[in-house]
Ligand binder design. Structure first.
Ligand code: FES
Ligand code: FES
Length: 153
């Protein structure tokens, strides 16, 4: 068991966790933040993407114990920030919300990108989405949704 303290969506959380508990399970089961999804479990699909200390990470690959002292944002916390809120609205408006499995992870990758690079090129956007697999071939509405946010900045 490890005792961890971290900030999740702006709220300080303290918990005793098993050494092998993944961040993904900690978020979904301990904190009941079920917006973060589990797809592949091996770091390939991006469904479990959250932002930790400003970077997008696969929560299936991190142990909760490794996140002591970290700041984590999940899709439930996206609306707390103006860019996150704009992304949510834009995804709804431009058809970027396609399936409930991929969308949370895609939104988090997009948010991490715009935080690091407020005016990304098409190539930057494609690169940022490389880790988010969408099997419905729907990348175009996702990219359109992200680009629409750039126009409002
Ligand atoms: S569930 Fe983590 S990358 Fe697929
Ligand atoms: S958005 Fe989920 S498969 Fe395409």
């Amino acid at each position: 068991m490890s005792n961890i303290t971290l900030k999740v969506n702006g709220i300080t959380v303290n918990a005793d966790v098993d050494g092998n508990l993944r961040l993904l399970d900690f978020l979904r089961e301990n904190l009941e933040l079920t917006g973060t999804k589990e797809g592949c479990s091996v770091g390939e699909c991006g469904a479990c993407t959250v932002i930790m200390n400003g970077k997008s990470v696969c929560s299936c690959l991190l142990l909760a114990a490794q996140c002591h002292g970290a700041e984590v944002t999940t899709v439930e916390g996206l609306h707390r920030d103006p860019v996150g809120k704009r992304l949510q609205h834009s995804f709804v408006e431009h058809g970027g919300v396609q399936c409930g499995f991929c969308t949370p992870g895609v939104l988090m990758s997009a948010k991490a990108l715009l935080d690091q690079n407020p005016q990304p090129s098409d190539e930057d956007i494609n690169e940022a989405l490389e880790g988010n697999l969408c099997r419905c071939t729907g990348y175009q509405p996702i990219i359109k949704s992200i680009k629409a946010v750039l126009k409002t900045r």
